[in-house]
Design a protein. Structure first.
Length: 254
């Protein structure tokens, strides 16, 4: 009987691979997990001068009397429209938001850093500004994540998550659909230099591409100079000119 009890007590001692499994689990959990940023684009800062105003004469910036009159009339119409417009109820605002969501289900946001580099991502229009902040925060390096920043729409419409009039609204309700450019400024001014590279993850900076050239809307130059001369009456023949003379003048010439 003593031998049987000895064998029974030895069985639990033999089944001891569990500590090895427990010891292996911390090794697996030590591997850092990367944050999935989804589909995004990175655009390099524009290079070279793009139509600098210094190349234009001062007279170019002086409005004409007609331009001043048109601007004044446009501003007057806008003021009258705002003053005479009825107050929007909550139901009207919700209906307008639903119409925007149906028309623009997605919103493309470009976040422009102080050095003009742009980080682009498309969000559902039902998302709030908090999703944009989270995307930018996850795009920063670990050392830069504690730095606070503000997203704003030019000229200076700040979109803060702490603002109760902003944080509950969707991107469509904020008027950011279908696409908008938001500027980013860090609270730490040392990160806001025009030549300072943003503290983004290396894999994000490696995906940066050059911006495509803007489309040109200038009409093509006309090469039909002969037709233009005839349209102005400078290329007509003498015979055609004689056919237009009155009869009494033709008789006098004979």
């Amino acid at each position: 009987m003593a031998s049987i009890s000895a064998e029974d007590t030895s069985k639990p001692v033999e089944a001891e691979p569990a500590p090895a499994q427990v010891a292996a689990s911390p090794v697996g959990s030590a591997v850092p997990t990367a944050v999935d940023l989804g589909d995004y684009k990175v655009w390099n800062p524009p290079t070279g001068a793009i139509g600098t105003p210094a190349s234009l004469p001062d007279s170019y910036f002086e409005p004409t009397a007609e331009e001043l009159k048109s601007a004044f009339q446009s501003q007057s119409r806008l003021v009258d429209k705002l003053n005479n417009a009825p107050l929007k109820t909550e139901a009207i605002r919700q209906r307008e938001t639903k119409e925007k969501l149906a028309r623009w289900p997605e919103t493309r946001i470009r976040v422009k850093f102080p050095n003009q580099l742009q980080l682009e991502k498309t969000f559902p229009s039902t998302e709030t500004i908090k999703s944009v902040y989270a995307f930018v925060r996850n795009s920063l390096t670990d050392a830069a994540k504690p730095n606070k920043f503000i997203l704003y729409e030019a000229p200076r419409r700040e979109l803060k998550v702490s603002d109760p009039t902003v944080k509950q609204l969707s991107l469509a309700a904020l008027g950011l659909a279908p696409s908008s450019v938001l500027h980013l400024t860090f609270i730490d001014e040392s990160l806001n230099g025009s030549t300072t590279i943003p503290p983004l993850l290396p894999e994000i900076l490696a995906k940066a591409e050059d911006l495509p050239p803007p489309p040109t809307f200038d009409p093509p130059a006309s090469t039909d100079t002969k037709g233009k001369g005839r349209a102005l009456g400078g290329g007509g023949s003498s015979s055609s000119g004689d056919s237009k003379l009155p009869k009494w003048l033709k008789l006098g010439k004979k």
